[in-house]
Structure formats: C-alpha cells, structure tokens
Design a protein around this ligand. Structure first.
Ligand code: FMN
Length: 383
C-alpha cells in the first residue's frame, strides 16, 4: 500500500490520506467575505481526493488582509460563507482546514496580477485604497513600501484576543484544523525574524522574546478550540539570509510550540523581504524545502508537513516513506490538476479501478477502462 494513501490521525481527526492542498490566496473575496469562487475552487480539491483542503490565509483583523481581495474571519458575518465551504469539503471526504493569518507590514498590497507591490495610483483608481499596516517595528518591507505602525503592547494584547476570536469563529464555521500562518514575511514571521523585529521590549531582542507573539497566540487559540482539534503552525524555516531566522531557530520554535498544543509544523521558507515567496538565497528545485520538514521532525519528534515544488506522486510517496514528513502539501500543481490526489492514487497503485473516485464519475470511468484499450488509468509506479 502506498504510504501517501495511509490515513493519518491527529488528535480527533483522521485524514483519508497524506495529501494536503496548501493554502493559496485567491484575492477574490468581497469585503473580507468568501464567495462562490472559493467554494468551487476549494471544492474541486475535495472532489479530487485530497485528505486535507486548506482555505487560504484568512485575516484575523481587517488590517491583516494582504490585499483588498483577501478573506477574513474577524467578524461574525464572515462565518456563514466559510460554513458553506466546510460543509462541501466535509461531505466530499476532505478535512476542512483554515489558515489564520495577519499580513502585518505586507497588509494592503496589490493583488499579484496588478503588480504584487505596494498599492499605487492605478489601484486607488480601482477603489483599492491604502491603510496603515502594522508590524513589530516601523520598518517597511523595502524602499517604496509603506512605513508600518509599530504595535504597542496594548495593540498586541488586542491582536491575541482577535486571533482567539477568529479561531472560535473558525470552529463555528466547521473547520476541523486550524493553522497559524507564521511564514512568508507576514506579521507573525516579522516578529520572529531579527531582520524585521527591532523591538526592545518583551516581544523583541532575544529569540525567546521574538517567539513570544507566536507562543501567546498559540496558547490563546489552543485555549478556545476543542481538545480534539489539530493545530498546525506554518513557519518560514529559514529567511535565506545568514543574519535572519535560521533552521536552528525553527527547531527551537517547534520545541516551544509542541507543549503548547501545536500538532504539526508546516515547513515553508523565506518571504521576509519582498514578495511572499521571495526565495532569499535559496535555490528553487524540486522539494527544496523538504529538508526543513525532515530536520524539525528528526530533531523534535513533532509531525511535519513538507511543501514546495512537490509535483510528482512518486516524489510525494518517497517523502513520507523516508520519514521526512507526515503530510505533503501540494500548491501550484493542484492548480494544474485539481484531481492530483486521485491521479496519484492511481499512479502509485492504491486505486487502479477508480474505486476512490466520486461515485458521480468513478462508475463511468471504471466502465470506460473495462471496455476500451485507450483510456487506462496511469498506474505506472505500481507496475
Ligand atoms: C496562488 C498562491 C497563493 C498562495 N497563498 C498562500 C497562503 O494563503 N498562505 C500560505 O501560507 N502560502 C500561500 N502560498 C504558498 C503555497 O501554500 C505553497 O507553500 C507554495 O506555492 C509552494 O508550494 P508549490 O510549489 O506546491 O506551489 C500561495 C501560493 C500560491 C501559488
């Protein structure tokens, strides 16, 4: 049996396999509310057989949206559109998951297709007006970006309460897993990294202080969600700069978050300066971030999720069989093929007869394979 298709139990949740659809912003929300686009976009991944489907970075405060098109969960009216999505995902066999985020100093930027930089006159003309972003220190992302407001300790206390309220709403909306977005240069990551955090109070300076926001948010969320609900943390495992956040720091963070109730460390990287996925000094190649998941898992015993240029079923299978990670997140390749998980199951010989396909299509496809030489499933790795 392909290990990628073994169920995984985390607290009270069992996934049908180890394939996760990585959170992917759609920049298509209206006033912070999810709509039909999100339902169909995420729904197709549940139909496509993924074990866990993540809703994109969802803001815990209005100023925590990345763009005007980003969704939120800072107010109760946002619950119902989320619930529509979780209903569909769950009814179609996927575990419904949400990433709670705050854009921090990257809040209020352009949708990628309008430039992926700070808002400019063309965006204002479209009605996308700027707001003052927030950060640990009044340091912009780069020249030409807005100077953020440095959060006071009162602001931080409110922020932590807002994370907890957002988590409560996420539970109410039917999500079964929550992930804290601690990566890609957004607010949480900008507290962790010495490149962006120059505070001199309890939230800056030493590594322990820079981790304080992450630990307090984790504890606050864990206190309001059910005990049997898994909590993930996405980290930028390295900044890609020798003066920045390093893999040793990520191991220390995992060790700190584990006793506070984090169940999975989701290991991404970079983004502290420039666009969300700006690579720092790392070379992009297949599975380039897998060693981070492997190191955290080996050093701490905490389950991990690997992500980044994982595109082929055999590659994903090898990651889980080698014990580099417990879960494999698929991002852009799922945009190429939303049925990625079902095709991977065929390729790895887990399902050679369309048995795990939705009944609306599996019966027909199995029939076609029985009666035609031309339309056989790809079971290459099983042969
Ligand atoms: C359109 C798009 C939107 C993304 N939005 C998010 C997001 O909301 N939160 C996040 O942590 N990462 C986000 N990412 C990063 C992905 O989750 C993933 O880590 C990255 O694309 C690398 O995986 P891949 O090579 O399989 O695409 C996004 C990526 C893409 C392509």
């Amino acid at each position: 049996m392909a290990k990628l298709f073994e169920p995984l139990t985390l607290r009270g949740v069992t996934t049908r396999n180890r394939v996760v659809i990585s959170p992917m912003c759609q920049y298509s929300a209206h006033d912070g509310h999810m709509d039909d686009w999100h339902l169909v976009n995420l729904g197709r991944f549940a139909i496509g057989g993924a074990g866990i489907v993540f809703a994109e970075a969802t803001a815990v405060q209005k100023c925590g949206r990345i763009t005007h098109g980003c969704p939120g969960i800072w107010t109760d009216t946002q619950i119902t559109p989320h619930a529509r999505i979780t209903n569909f995902l769950r009814r179609n066999g996927a575990v419904a998951a949400i990433q709670l985020g705050h854009a921090g100093r990257k809040g209020g930027m352009q949708r990628p297709w309008y430039g992926n930089g700070p808002l400019n006159d063309a965006d204002f003309a479209r009605g996308d007006m700027p707001w003052t972003p927030v950060a640990p220190s009044a340091l912009p992302v780069a020249d030409g970006w807005p100077v953020p407001h440095a959060l006071t300790t009162d602001d931080i206390a409110r922020l932590i309460e807002d994370y907890a309220s957002a988590a409560r709403r996420a539970v109410q909306a039917g999500y079964q897993i929550i992930e804290i977005h601690g990566a890609h240069g957004y607010l949480m990551h900008s507290f962790l990294s010495p490149l962006s955090n120059r505070r001199e109070d309890a939230y800056g300076g030493s590594r322990e202080n820079r981790m304080r926001l992450a630990t307090e948010v984790t504890a606050a969320i864990r206190a309001v969600i059910p005990d049997d609900m898994p909590l993930f943390f996405r980290t930028s495992a390295v900044d890609g700069s020798p003066d920045g956040w390093l893999i040793e720091d990520t191991v220390a963070l995992a060790e700190t978050l584990m006793p506070l109730g984090v169940d999975v460390m989701d290991c991404s990287s970079s983004g502290i300066a420039g666009s969300a996925t700006a690579a720092g000094n790392q070379k992009r190649q297949p599975g380039f971030q897998v060693p981070y998941a492997e190191t955290v898992r080996a050093r701490t015993g905490l389950p991990t999720m690997a992500v980044g240029l994982i595109t082929h079923p055999q590659q994903a299978e090898e990651i889980v069989t080698a014990g580099q990670a417990d879960l494999v997140a698929i991002g852009r390749e799922a945009l190429v093929n939303p049925m990625w998980a079902l095709h991977a199951a065929q390729h790895l010989g887990h399902d050679t007869g369309f048995e795990t396909w939705p009944e609306q299509s599996g019966w027909w496809l199995a029939g076609r394979a029985r009666t035609s030489d031309f339309y056989q499933p790809d079971t290459a790795a099983a042969e």
